[in-house]
Design a protein around this ligand. Sequence first.
Ligand code: CMC
Length: 390
Amino acid sequence: QGVFTYDPGFVSTAACESKITYIDGGKGVLLHRGYPIDQLADDSDYLEVCYLLLYGELPNAAEKEKFESTIRNHTMVHEQLRNFYQGFRRDAHPMAIMCGVVGALSAFYHDSLEISDERHREIAAFRLIAKMPTLAAMCYKYSLGQPFMYPRNDLSYSENFLQMMFGNPCEEYQVNPILAKAMDKIFILHADHEQNASTSTVRLAGSSGANPFACIAAGIAALWGPAHGGANEAVLEMLDEIGDVSRVDEYVARAKDKNDPFRLMGFGHRVYKNYDPRAKVMRETCHEVLKELGIKDPLLELAMKLEDIARSDPYFIEKNLYPNVDFYSGIILKAIGIPTSMFTVIFALARTVGWVAHWHEMISGSYRIGRPRQLYTGSPQRDFTPLDKR
Ligand code: CMC
């Protein structure tokens, strides 16, 4: 049997070495390839951050232009992929559709499945980053019964996503630069977060030699849960349910009650025992976007009240429960016009680069198939009992 370290939830087990992302949860620090997340969110753009995560350095002007042009070249999806959408109910959850269509990419792009070939790995990464906005927007268009929009090469990554979400073939889509900038920031803030549940899932799936499209589909499935990426959707549903600042105390009391399964969604984190640095940027962006758009959303007032009360409550102070990245993102997405059911899809879209970067880092180095052990707590060996003796 051997002796194994028992570490449910992998609280103290490092499963790999990585050079991509550093988190100091006690201090609330998040660095991508050494660069602080707030600087990247304020001064960079999403595709530049993708390049940084994939290649380890910020691109110079020529490298940036080449990378953007490569991504633009891969934004369309195979026409037959449309048929997959037609097979779903119109009210299907878009994350259910994403699990299917992203996995299905491996059936379309056989020419980038030789994972021992560096060039194949690179093309698979380009395809995934480029096609995610197209696939995501197609989920939304399908739910509305509207025509799918083709990507446009004259637009930036986030502008293009908004165009495919909200444009229609009858008129030219007018991009609102404030919304596009906010969208880009949301993508940057979700781009990577070291060995979280979905990234670990991608690495584990990849360690068996599975193709990158299948591995990312596994990551999408892991992200869907409300304890992980599904929290952004759950936060807005929770704020809607609370409905009014007068009911905040009641919900905070429920969150503290150990006999009630309710938790404050968007609060707490396995690694951060301080303010999540992404939530800090998200909170500021939320205020900026609503102000610039002239929107007064009562949910923002409610969210701030909830944060105030929770953060002055001994239960939340003792357990170091702070707002996480998902707490304010939903209010921005709502202001942009994105429906709640698409929130986790947007997380998946943005996190694709992180998943791919980790998969690529693992496959490019030395790795073994991931194979956790267990502490067996079942019956000792016994003899089979025939059916007539049971
Ligand atoms: N509301 C009330 N109590 C909480 C909460 C919460 N949101 N989060 C943790 N706790 C309590 C928990 O009940 C436990 O109490 P006790 O020690 O008395 O048993 C203690 O705090 C530690 O919680 P845990 O579940 O052991 O911590 P974890 O590291 O296993 O889970 C978490 C982390 C994020 C799953 C959890 O905090 C949670 O469920 N939060 C709400 C969901 C959420 O916002 N998820 C998004 C995470 S950030 C985005 C992402 O990376 O996906």
